[in-house]
Design a protein around this ligand. Structure first.
Ligand SMILES: [Zn+2]
Length: 293
């Protein structure tokens, strides 16, 4: 080995160490710099655009777009364990349209059974909201509905073909004056003409007072109560009414057929039942339509 070569090697070794030391210091530099900075460390998401400045800056950010209203197509059976297509089998009292101004007939449908599958009684079966909607009334054990909840769904949230098939855009019924039901003098509390209209579904005789308040949103299929026997009810059953009426109607009380009913309670009952503003439908027409989809 020549002395010249040995000299070169001994000169190169310190240079290599210096390069390694410089690289090591450079790699450590970001950490001390961030630690001494009082501002919080930038997140990966925040630093990502600076690392990739060409990454599609014109892309629209989805969360900032306003939600688009979509038709409410979800329809659930009002009774857990009973599919829409089987409700007909437990229909005990069908819809019977009353004469104008009269509170007779049957304004809805009754569902009940004594034995079905492993159940020996409908009492306590969960009651589900048929449609998405907003709570329009919660009544605690007053005649005739007992514990009751009313849910409103605006017509413009329903598929157009349902509106046509059910005749939901028909004008309100003409009220009978004077009504043949004891009704306190009152102004028509809801403006029926030229206003947005909604479908209202009423669930009555529930076992417990519904744990909801007026204005609460409920979803199709959400439990809203249990089948009961409260109010003017001879046996455990679900009484379901379907009406179309002016949107945003709410009832903070409703009662009749009891000496304890106040004029305000009776007025609300008359408005709902016989004023003509809430046009009643056969709930089975709606259920058959929904079950056939
Ligand atoms: Zn009934």
């Amino acid at each position: 080995m020549s002395p010249t070569k040995r000299t070169r090697r001994s000169k190169l070794q310190p240079v290599a160490w210096l390069v390694l030391l410089a690289l090591a210091l450079a790699a450590c530099q970001p950490a001390p710099a961030m630690a001494s900075d009082s501002t919080p460390a930038p997140t990966e998401a925040a630093t990502a655009p600076s690392l990739a400045p060409t990454a599609a800056p014109t892309q629209t950010i989805t969360p900032t777009q306003p939600p688009q209203p979509e038709p409410t197509t979800a329809v659930s059976s009002p009774l857990a364990e009973i599919p829409l297509s089987e409700l007909e089998e437990i229909l005990t009292t069908p819809f019977q349209r009353p004469a104008p101004g009269l509170d007779d007939g049957h304004h809805g449908v009754d569902f009940s059974f004594y034995t079905r599958g492993e159940r020996y009684d409908i009492l306590g079966l969960p009651v589900l909201s048929v449609l998405d909607g907003r709570v329009a009334a919660v009544i605690t054990d007053r005649p005739p509905y007992g514990n009751m909840i009313l849910v409103e769904t605006p017509l413009d949230q329903l598929p157009a073909e349902w509106i046509d098939a059910l005749g939901l855009d028909a004008s309100p019924d003409a009220p009978t004056q004077p009504p043949r039901l004891q009704c306190p003098e009152q102004e028509r509390p809801f403006a029926p003409e030229g206003q947005q209209r909604s479908l209202y579904l009423l669930y009555a005789h529930l076992q417990e007072p519904p744990a909801f308040s007026i204005g609460d949103q409920v979803l199709s299929g959400q439990q809203i109560g249990l089948v009961g026997n409260t109010g003017m009810s001879g046996n455990p059953h679900l009484h379901l009414e379907v009406r179309v009426g002016p949107s945003f109607a709410t009832f903070d009380q409703m009662a009749h057929y009891t000496n304890s009913a106040t004029p305000e309670e009776m007025a609300a009952y008359c408005a709902w039942r016989i004023s003509g503003q809430f046009h009643m439908l056969d709930p089975m027409a709606f259920i058959r339509l929904a079950a056939a989809r």
